[in-house]
Design a protein around this ligand. Structure first.
Ligand code: NAD
Ligand code: TYD
Length: 348
């Protein structure tokens, strides 16, 4: 197999590329990534030079760049993760989300169809999010048959791309698989997102901006458990399948931030309760979805997947990774990110 992994230099993509390169030496893994602010070759430093890994800097919205990658590497399969992924940025500028997430996905499928001629023997795996299902109240879970109800520009763009993927399956018999996953956490997560942002601010004794009252709930999954699920579905799922992936691990934001403060106090040798004093409730996110929670029973029953790592282990190991990789943090938060951060938090 020659697998094109789009977005392979991003957070989840880099963990998936590492898994595939190490687990399948006979496959050729081609990371295709535009290296936007969210993509970073440092995420792949341990596999960049592997014999079965290749890197292509390219944009999924470009017909020529995608076509050339298919031809140059005789691509047999695609695992598609490239996307604009941050809800707050989608509120500030939705068009980029439409362009990358919708137009980019359709362009990729068009190039794959043109190159593969028939879908026989190929897989186009589309990685999506639970946010397409909208917002839950205090009870219930998203399942594979929950109707779509996206409420942020980000989730609307992901929902639109999911619909195009499904339309290509039904209309052209295009060989798709899809999964919708809950919030991931772990190493190499961009510090614009909740967990690394809080770790960074705790370390630097900066205010910890909790949106609203911090009562919103997210279901957190260790990123390597997500990568394992993708590997499993890619190999064992039927063409046309869709699976929900989640951690059975719901946390209110405010409780999670307190937990991070506790771990950081221990790791940094600070007095108990010192970091929690930095918690600052700020203006809420517009249209902030109250609760996401995944029922991943189908994936467990059909393919035997369940999360490996407890949240306790995963969160501690994530904190340690950030403390030990401050060069990485400095690199991804330098330049344009500082301006983004200041604008975002001055508004609040
Ligand atoms: P990320 O923002 O960390 O990485 C996205 C990657 O895509 C970056 O490397 C970036 O350079 C690349 N990219 C962006 N635009 C591109 C373009 N036009 N052409 C080529 N490459 C481009 O995102 P992530 O958190 O790793 O998410 C990966 C995928 O998983 C996304 O599709 C996202 O919707 C989905 N997802 C994420 C989560 C989560 O918790 N992070 C949960 C469920 C699903
Ligand atoms: P985020 O990491 O942006 O993921 P998503 O919006 O895709 O779930 O945010 C996770 C939760 O944390 C979400 O409810 C918004 C909240 N949040 C804050 O309270 N403060 C912050 O600074 C950020 C970035 C997020």
């Amino acid at each position: 197999m020659n697998i094109l992994v789009t977005g392979g230099a991003g957070f989840i993509g880099s963990h998936l590329v590492r898994l595939l390169v190490n687990k399948y030496p006979a496959y050729q893994i081609v990371t295709f990534d535009a290296l936007t602010y969210a993509g970073n070759l440092a995420n792949l430093k341990d596999v960049m030079a592997a014999e079965n890994h290749h890197f292509v800097k390219g944009d999924i919205t470009s017909e020529q760049e995608v076509k050339a990658a298919f031809e140059n590497y005789q691509i047999t399969d695609v695992i598609h993760l490239a996307a604009e992924s941050h809800v707050d940025r989608s509120i500030e500028g939705p068009m980029e989300f439409v362009h990358t997430n919708v137009v980019g996905t359709v362009n990729l499928m068009n190039q794959a169809r043109a190159y593969w001629k028939s879908g026989e023997g190929h897989v186009f795996y589309h990685v999506s999010t639970d946010e397409v299902f909208g917002s839950l109240g205090s009870e219930g879970f998203f399942t594979e048959v929950t109707p779509y109800d996206p409420r942020s520009p980000y989730s609307a763009s992901k929902a639109a791309s999911d619909h195009f993927v499904s339309a290509y399956y039904h209309t052209y018999g295009f060989p798709v698989k899809r999964s919708n996953c809950s919030n991931n956490y772990g190493s190499n997560h961009h510090p614009e997102k909740l967990i690394p942002l809080m770790i960074n601010n705790i370390l630097n004794k900066k205010p910890l901006p909790v949106y609203g009252e911090g009562i919103n709930v997210r279901d957190w999954l260790w990123v390597e458990d997500h990568a394992r699920a993708i590997d499993l579905i890619f190999h064992k799922g039927a063409i046309g399948c869709n699976y929900n992936i989640g951690g059975w691990n719901e946390w209110r934001n405010i409780d999670l931030v307190h937990e991070l403060c506790k771990i950081m106090d221990e790791e940094l040798g600070r007095k108990e309760g010192e970091s929690a004093k930095l918690i600052t409730c700020v203006k809420d996110r517009a249209g902030h979805d109250l609760r996401y929670a995944i029922d991943a029973t189908k994936l467990f029953d059909e393919l035997g997947w369940k999360p490996d790592i407890t949240f306790e282990e995963g969160l501690r190991s994530t904190v340690k990774w950030y403390l030990e990789n401050q060069d990485w943090v400095k690199e991804v938060t330098s330049g344009a990110y500082q301006e983004y951060y200041n604008n975002m938090y001055n508004q609040r």
